[in-house]
Structures are given as C-alpha cells and as structure tokens.
Design a protein around this ligand. Structure first.
Ligand SMILES: O=C(O)C(=O)C[C@]1(C(=O)O)C=C[C@@H](O)C=C1
Length: 124
C-alpha cells in the first residue's frame, strides 16, 4: 500500500484508505472537496472515502450481529423502528446536507443488510 510519507497513513485513493492497526482507531485523510480541481483527484478522494466506508460498514455489521444475539428477540423479528429513528436523527445532525429522508433510506439499507448477515450467520 502506498504510504503518506508524513504519518504513515495510506495516501488518498490508494490501498484501503483506512489502516487497521489493532487499535480500533480508524483514520482517513480526506481532502477538502472545495480544493479538488481535477477529475482524477476527485475520484481518488472518493475511492479513499469509499474504502473507509466499507471498513465502517463491515465493523457496523459485526457489532449489529452482537446486538442481535444480545436482544431477547433478534433479527428482523426484533426490528425496533424507534431506535432506527433515533439513529437517523443523530446522523441527520451530522450530515444536514443529506437530510433525514435520504439518511433514512441509506440506513434502512445498512440496517437490513446487517440483519441479513446476522440471520445467515446464526443459521450457520
Ligand atoms: O439496536 C437494535 O435494537 C438493533 O437491533 C440494531 C439495529 C441496527 O442495526 O442499528 C438493527 C435493527 C433494529 O431495528 C434497530 C437497530
């Protein structure tokens, strides 16, 4: 993986974009979008962000699987719309440009994917 010489992080658009060093910490260097002026750099930035998103989604899926095992009723049968609304509301505060309706669609897909993986895993 190409390393950023300053701090050892992967350069944007190379490698996974999100080092796994066992610390549980996930770091990504993202250029300020307003400073990107060419298509190659813009796509490299997207690739780095998507690599970090993939890492986060994988980790979220693992933790959501633990939640399913801890709940009295896990999986799709134990779906909790109020908790999902809270998740979306908290994310909408951090990402106002997306807004709650789009974030609800995104998180519905994320949550359902996590529940599918948890159910497949529990079936063995
Ligand atoms: O918090 C829970 O109760 C979960 O089961 C986790 C989770 C999630 O993936 O965030 C999944 C399904 C529920 O509908 C709500 C949230």
């Amino acid at each position: 993986m190409t390393k950023d010489h300053a701090n050892g992080d992967p350069a944007p658009g190379t490698g996974t974009g999100a080092p796994r060093d066992g610390s549980g910490e996930l770091r990504i260097r993202v250029p300020d979008a307003s400073r990107i002026t060419d298509l190659t750099a813009a796509r490299a930035a997207i690739d780095a962000i998507d690599a970090a998103l993939a890492d986060l989604l994988a980790r979220r899926t693992e933790v959501a699987g633990v939640v399913q095992r801890l709940k009295p009723v896990g999986g799709f049968a134990g779906r909790n719309p109020e908790r999902e609304r809270q998740i979306v509301a908290a994310m909408a505060e951090r990402a106002p440009a997306l807004g709650p309706d789009r974030l609800a669609r995104i998180m519905n897909a994320v949550i359902e994917a996590g529940l599918e993986v948890a159910e497949e895993t529990s079936r063995g």
